[in-house]
Design a protein around this ligand. Structure first.
Ligand SMILES: Cc1cc2nc3c(=O)[nH]c(=O)nc-3n(C[C@H](O)[C@H](O)[C@H](O)COP(=O)(O)OP(=O)(O)OC[C@H]3O[C@@H](n4cnc5c(N)ncnc54)[C@H](O)[C@@H]3O)c2cc1C
Length: 489
């Protein structure tokens, strides 16, 4: 079954425990910090449940599901999946990183390689397969926390002053486990149905109690979310902050205050090797990052669309140096899009016939994201000039009879009304300058790990054989001269 937006909204009205601003949230769907993003996610489900959008597929079990849960078997499947994800990315202009399609890709990746989980016992393989089907057939929204909280990164989890700083198994019971501790950083968790919890940073011997992988529903007793400040709640209107008000996903520290996890929700139990293998010996990480790149391409396109409109509105697009800057932006964005398509076109398959976007091109661009995004933002900042601050404090100044005439007279461009101009420049500010914009710079830098981690992915996945062979072949084409007289070609 695929859900509608209304069904999704109903599903998150439960007893979840979220704290923000010193208070517990009573209803996440109406609280000012989370209302905007829950409505945005509801909008995504309205798109996918609309038959005309072609976002569903027939599963191998004969059910109808959202394509975000597809396990691709061919290039056509990869294309289908991309086009579905693209529809959602278009609806959020690429500014919602952890929409439900992100972790759905991880689950699909896990389910395609149940043998990896079977290494810990047949029951874990079954748990993964059953939960994947449950999530797929109920069109669930999962977020994830897979990083231990920042305390002392030079120490392993078990070496921290408080052993249960990072989430770990506190007690084993017949029916399941009790987990205690915390994990960062739950983007979108406040408005999701379940959280997938594990650890992607390397665990060390002695960390077995932290070597877990499980899912937990948001209303599980003892589960608490501590949200960062909202960028949506205090804003005067969507006209003033169009992105902050709709797309602030929220990020939360997740605390496990002795939370009971039934065995059927446990995928990996006290096994360091399988915790690592679930990400990298299955297509999970590849599918998650493929979704991230589809979203990233959309976001970059949206940003250069703003650059094009702003320069036209200010009449500076007629200057050659400005055209050069627009051309550079276009070249960057076309390259990122090209890498996405190259990863699809050069797909590989595993022994089960599951199709993977090519890792060389996927991780090649992942490894550059920490420089691409700040550069594009800087170039937009350069092109908009002070126009983003030559705007009234809020829409109220634009409708107040005392002030509106001045605004209409002075904040305008040729053939463009003040209302239209202010609208565009306020959007540009939400991309480059608002607190929401600053969080997005941090997001693109870190969502997939720190830059040294993402460049490690490019390093490990490039497959250097081909390029080393090229050099070796050339080196073999000439030798050291055997005498002083031998001629150099
Ligand atoms: C906006 C945002 C949203 C996020 N959403 C999610 C989410 O939904 N789910 C989730 O699980 N996580 C999420 N994260 C967490 C993200 O995965 C981490 O921020 C990321 O893995 C880096 O870890 P860290 O923040 O602890 O930084 P650190 O690991 O502390 O790294 C900070 C810096 O320290 C240096 N450094 C640290 N360790 C080393 C080392 N071993 N060698 C060399 N240099 C080092 C590097 O300069 C690095 O950039 C999110 C983060 C952000 C910022």
């Amino acid at each position: 079954m695929v859900r509608t937006g209304a069904q999704y909204v109903e599903s998150i009205k439960d007893n979840r425990c979220i704290y923000i601003g010193g208070e517990r949230v009573q209803d996440v769907t109406t609280h000012p910090a989370f209302k905007g993003i829950s409505q945005t996610i509801a909008g995504l489900y309205d798109i996918s449940s609309d038959e005309k959008e072609n976002m569903t597929y027939l599963t191998e079990d004969g059910t109808i599901a959202n394509k975000i849960y597809m396990i691709p078997k061919s290039i056509e499947d990869l294309k289908d999946r991309r086009e579905a994800i693209q529809k959602w990315a278009n609806a959020t202009c690429g500014f919602v990183g952890r929409s439900p399609d992100h972790v759905a890709g991880y689950l699909a990746g896990f389910a395609s390689r149940p043998d990896v989980f079977a290494r810990g016992g047949e029951q874990f393989k079954d748990n993964v397969s059953k939960f994947y089907k449950h999530a797929r057939d109920n069109d669930l929204f999962l977020s994830y926390v897979i990083i231990p909280p920042q305390t002392d990164r030079s120490k392993a989890s078990h070496e921290q002053e408080n052993k249960f700083t990072a989430v770990g198994v506190y007690e084993e019971k017949k029916e399941g486990i009790i987990v205690r501790g915390s994990q960062m950083l739950g983007t979108g968790s406040a408005v999701s149905d379940y959280i997938f919890v594990s650890c992607i940073t390397p665990l060390r011997p002695g960390d077995e109690d932290h070597a877990l992988s499980f899912v937990v529903p948001l209303d599980a007793p003892g589960l608490k979310l501590y949200s960062r400040p909202s960028f949506a709640a205090d804003k005067p209107s969507s006209y003033d902050y169009p992105l902050s008000t709709r797309f602030d996903e929220s990020d939360s520290l997740i605390v496990f205050d002795d939370v009971f996890i039934p065995w059927e929700h446990v995928f990996v139990y006290r096994n360091i090797d399988i915790v690592r293998a679930q990400f990298h010996e299955t297509p999970a990480h590849v599918y998650g990052n493929n979704q991230a790149q589809i979203r990233f391409v959309t976001k970059l396109k949206f940003i250069i669309g703003i650059a094009k409109k702003v320069t036209a509105m200010n009449g500076i697009d007629k200057f050659l140096p400005v055209q050069e800057k627009l051309g550079e932006l276009a070249a960057i964005v076309a390259s990122v899009e090209g890498m996405l398509l190259a990863s699809e076109y050069n797909y590989t398959t595993d022994e089960n016939g599951t199709a993977y976007p090519n890792r060389r091109f996927l991780y090649g661009v992942v490894g550059l994201q920490d420089t691409i995004y700040p550069k594009v933002i800087h170039m937009l900042r350069d092109l908009v000039g002070g126009g983003v601050l030559q705007v009234p404090s809020s829409y109220k100044d634009m409708i107040n009879p005392e002030t509106r005439d001045d605004i209409n007279r002075y904040i305008k461009s040729t053939d463009v009304s003040a209302e239209e101009r202010v609208k565009l420049f306020k959007l540009a500010w939400d991309v480059i300058g608002s607190e929401f914009a600053g969080r997005h710079q941090q997001y693109e830098l870190f969502y997939n790990g720190a830059p040294f981690v993402t460049k490690g992915y490019s390093f490990r996945n490039y497959r250097y054989e081909e390029v080393v062979d090229l050099v070796d072949q050339f080196l073999e084409s000439y030798q050291i001269p055997q005498s002083f007289e031998e001629q150099v070609l």
